[in-house]
Write a protein of this length. Structure first.
Length: 135
């Protein structure tokens, strides 16, 4: 069961992802994220120390969602490495197509991201790399 605090945090993250899709990083506004969530402009700061942390946690959220789906795909087709790779690839494309805001965040211009955000963004491919090098 979720605590109200974790629900609020996730609500801010989802709103931040939508904000990045609409305005990118350079025009990203925590104030608009708060407005979208129907709270005061200071409320996000109870969960995130600044814009960079909110962006980082948004990327982590996307990675977590893809990681969960990736585990399901791998568990469903363990017998054939080639089939697993095809299924993972198809699932990744579907994941991005059904979550266009996620796709926008993952395609952000790397020059606009902090080093820690870039490192987190690169982790989206961790499962593919692990699969390729362990097969």
């Amino acid at each position: 069961m979720r605590t109200p605090n974790s629900h609020s945090r996730e609500k801010f993250i989802v709103a931040a992802i939508e904000e990045m899709q609409t305005h990118g990083i350079s025009a990203f506004s925590i104030r608009r994220v708060a407005e979208k969530c129907g709270v005061s402009s200071g409320a996000p700061y109870k969960h995130f120390k600044n814009k960079n942390e909110l962006v980082l946690e948004s990327i982590r959220y996307i990675n977590k969602k893809w990681g969960e789906l990736q585990e399901e795909v791998i568990a469903g087709c363990t017998e054939d490495p080639r089939k697993r790779l095809v299924e993972l690839s198809i699932s990744y494309v579907r994941f991005l197509c059904s979550n266009p805001a996620f796709q926008s965040v993952l395609m952000l211009n790397d020059k606009s991201l902090q080093p820690e955000q870039l490192a987190e963004k690169a982790k989206i491919n961790k499962g593919f790399r692990a699969f390729l090098y362990n097969s």
